[in-house]
Design a protein around this ligand. Structure first.
Ligand code: PEP
Ligand code: MN
Length: 355
């Protein structure tokens, strides 16, 4: 992707802060929260006017009626304004109203037809666009959305990590799955990456710790839903914070340096490298044996997958780690990966000359 800088994001190493309500509700509400934020030094204002709600019947945003309110925030307070667009019509209306930055929401990123429609509507413009991760943890879909925009000539792109949906009881509204934004950063080091702790958390109490984690992972900034009267917000009331609470959160963030003196880490890293080499040596030894077992299974006409044995080993692994030095879920994931590679190897041994 060909990327250019988003000027307003250059803050001399300070995190970029985008704040404002989940939804623009009225001109007064928009002006009130924007004024409070501006007084506290926030210069990028967010507010959704077209709200993609999961179920019908919820507040779906004020629509284009909210655009002049955002223009007023821009002209009266000098803030940079951003809103979500999901269709070509939204893009046209937002650009005509002078919105400075557009963002693509998580539900839209998951839909290549919708993203392409937005990209086509943007052809020939150079407005910055921030792309939220899709609702499902598919990094290719996230990158694909940015590529569609980039192919249409949008070079001032940024990504927003807002977590991923999952089923069932959970601590977060959207699981952070930090490995996805980490991988995105690895692949596109020059792409600005913001974290939206509000939609990950779903509740305001978790916003500080998520923001700190994002800072520790070298994110460029935060998008935080902020409302002067969060309890009465028409959408996402549980996760919005007041401007003062936002400032308290920002004030508590510990900023760490990206690179320290390497010499301090040298001997630890050498040790880690040695352990990694040993792990890889043992894993390939394990795979060799798995292939030999595969030969034996073929001779005996046995099936590859042996659920009883699988469960037995899994339980043993979990017990090994009962001291809590590795989280049980991580142990399960590591073992699942090792086991699935063994299975793949055995399948290839067993089916190697049978076609
Ligand atoms: C929002 O930012 O208010 C929003 C709808 O977010 P998401 O697309 O992440 O759900
Ligand atoms: Mn919201």
């Amino acid at each position: 992707m060909k990327l250019d800088n988003i000027d307003i994001f250059n803050r001399g190493g300070q995190p970029v802060i985008v704040a404002g309500p989940c939804s623009a509700e009225s001109e007064e509400q928009v002006m009130q929260v924007a004024t409070e934020l501006s007084k506290r030094g926030v210069n990028i204002f967010r507010a959704g006017i077209w709200k993609p709600r999961t179920r019908p019947g919820c507040f779906e945003g004020v629509g284009k009626m909210g655009l002049p309110w955002l223009s007023k925030v821009k002209s009266e307070l000098g803030m940079c304004v951003t809103t979500e667009v999901a269709t070509a019509e939204h893009v046209e209306l937002a650009l005509a109203a002078g919105i400075d930055i557009l963002w693509v929401g998580a539900r839209t990123t998951a839909n290549p037809f919708a993203v392409q429609e937005i990209a086509d509507a943007l052809r020939g413009c150079d407005v910055p666009v921030l792309v939220k991760n899709p609702v499902n943890p598919d990094i290719e879909l996230w990158i694909g959305a940015m590529e569609r925009l980039n192919n249409a000539g949008i070079t001032r792109l940024g990504a927003i990590h807002r977590g991923f949906s999952s089923y069932g009881e959970k601590c977060f509204r959207n699981a952070p799955q930090w490995q996805l934004p980490i991988e995105l950063r690895r692949r596109f080091p020059g792409l600005p990456l913001l974290c939206d702790p509000s939609h990950i958390a779903g509740k305001r109490e978790l916003i500080l710790s998520l923001s700190q984690q994002a800072m520790d992972l070298n994110f460029d900034g935060l998008m935080v839903e902020t409302h002067c009267n969060p309890y009465c917000a028409l959408s996402d009331a549980r996760q919005q914070v007041t401007p003062d609470e936002l400032m308290a959160i920002l004030g508590k963030l510990v900023h760490r340096v990206a690179v320290a003196d390497n010499a301090d880490f040298q001997s630890y890293r050498e040790h880690i490298d040695e352990i990694d080499r040993e792990l890889m040596r043992l894993l390939s030894k394990r795979m060799e044996i798995a292939r030999e077992i595969g030969e034996l299974k073929r001779e005996k006409g046995m099936m590859v997958f042996q659920p009883l044995r699988y469960n037995e080993i899994m339980e043993r692994y979990v017990k090994f780690c009962a001291d809590g030095k590795i989280e049980v879920d991580a142990v399960r994931e590591i073992f699942e990966l090792i086991h699935s590679e063994s299975i793949r190897q055995q399948l290839s041994v067993m089916n190697s000359n049978e076609v």
